[in-house]
Ligand binder design. Structure first.
Ligand code: FAD
Length: 404
């Protein structure tokens, strides 16, 4: 339990952090990587280059100071971050290193304004949060290991099959190299994969949602090649996976984690709303729900056109043979062949207001995944259509952001 005086002191630093938080975090990462360059293998160096990680951590520190007297507000964000840490195989000792450099950066950037009381209060507050997260991560590691077929940390998997799903998305079917069973997961969860990135002279870890329902044999991930713009801005890991990771190759992954998953016990209708590669966790949910429940499902998907629309034929075929599934497709830049083939239902960006009659159902649960602007639009539309926030669940494919 934090002392009331600690809570008051940390909360009083919120306005200063709002101004200097980014500078503190920038200095923190510089110090951290100078002292322990090997940590660059664990952190997403693209997020570092683009300042995304710095912004996310500065926002997290500010949110902690702001809500330190009512931490329940941060519950969902802490949950997302502890799952991400478990997926990255973060270890308790790493919290001490981070704490040391964070406090040093606060002192350096704030100078005399960082009085002894302030530094002591932040040290206590940091340790309290670290203890909560270390405890939560320990439970996640234990649970992942105890599950039948489960494990802890990195495990070798062989790429048994690689399949192009569209011009930009390729699926990898992964089986454990040791031939032993693999753990089931909750549809919607993801794994982390680590690869050597020669361009950086480092390893890099990325998360990929499992795109098939649990099947006891393999895990499937479906990866979009991120290659817009200049060659140097092409995604480090997705391009390596597309170009160099082939059938028979061995990759290392951590067990499935993630708080975004469908409740398989529920009986309510399910509405799955995806944009682009955001369909991956929702396809896993779709397959699991159709196979193991008798719930009605609406699968709404938005893509640019048929060339980049992954898994189109299989979802269409499932909708044709299953009366419980309604599939609704939006293309915002259809090709002439899409028009000729009647391959989509609506032209434009996904707009739930246009399909409210089929996609908005009393008591339905909504699962949304796609690029940030896409998700904002869907969450806003669902609110406007009267869907309670508690029914809307979403996954972010980028950095974790503490939301106010
Ligand atoms: P990075 O090198 O990390 O670059 C990220 C993006 O920034 C790229 O699009 C790159 O082109 C762009 N970029 C880089 N520099 C610049 C610049 N200067 N200006 C503008 N743009 C720039 N991805 C999937 O494909 N499938 C999934 O199922 C999936 N599931 C995920 C689940 C979770 C929980 C999370 C957190 C992420 C998921 N992702 C998924 C995203 C995935 O983890 C990677 O972030 C993605 O593959 C990009 O990684 P990369 O190393 O190729 O790109």
């Amino acid at each position: 339990m934090l002392q009331p005086s600690t809570i008051a002191t940390v909360k009083a630093t919120a306005p200063v952090l709002a101004v200097h938080g980014y500078a503190i975090i920038q200095r923190f990462y510089q110090r951290l990587f100078e002292a322990q360059p090997e940590l660059k293998n664990i952190f997403n160096m693209r997020h570092q280059e683009r300042g995304e990680q710095q912004r996310a951590l500065a926002a997290a520190v500010l949110a902690y100071a702001t809500h330190i007297d009512n931490l329940s507000v941060l519950g969902p964000a802490v949950d997302r971050i502890t799952h991400k840490h478990a997926s990255l195989n973060v270890q308790p000792a790493q919290y001490a290193v981070v704490g040391e450099h964070l406090l040093a950066a606060i002192k350096e950037v704030l100078g005399d304004a960082a009085t002894g009381d302030i530094v002591a209060a932040w040290a206590e507050a940091y340790q309290a949060l670290a203890d909560i997260m270390i405890g939560a991560e320990a439970s996640l590691y234990d649970e992942a290991q105890r599950r039948p077929g489960g494990w802890r940390g990195w495990r070798n998997f062989v790429v048994r099959h690689k399949r192009m799903e569209s011009e930009v998305i390729t699926s990898f079917f992964l089986e454990p190299e040791d031939g032993r069973p693999i753990a089931d997961f909750k549809p919607g969860q993801y794994i982390s994969i680590v690869v050597d990135v020669p361009r950086l002279g480092l390893q890099q870890v990325r998360q990929y949602s499992l795109s098939d329902a649990p099947n006891g044999r393999n895990y499937r991930i479906s990866v979009k090649r991120e290659r817009e713009g200049e060659p140097e801005t092409a995604g480090y890991v997705s391009n390596l996976l597309h170009d160099y990771v082939n059938r028979g190759d061995v990759v290392r992954i951590t067990p499935p984690f993630g708080p975004f998953h469908i409740d398989m016990e529920a009986t309510s209708p399910v509405v799955l709303v995806s944009g682009g590669v955001g369909l991956t966790p929702l396809v896993s949910m779709l397959k699991a729900v159709l196979k193991n429940t008798d719930r009605d499902v609406v699968f709404v998907h938005g893509a640019r056109n048929g060339a980049v629309h992954a898994m189109k034929d299989r979802i269409e075929a499932a909708a044709e043979t299953n009366r419980r599934l309604t599939s609704i497709v939006f293309y915002d830049a259809p090709l002439p062949s899409d028009v000729l083939g009647y391959d989509y239902d609506h032209e434009g960006l996904v707009d739930l207001r246009r399909i409210a009659a089929s996609a908005v159902k009393a008591d339905a649960d909504y699962y949304v995944c796609g690029p940030m602007p896409f998700m904002r639009a869907q969450v806003e539309a669902l609110r406007a259509l009267g869907v309670p926030d508690a029914r809307v669940h979403y996954e972010v494919f980028g950095t974790d952001v503490f939301e106010e």
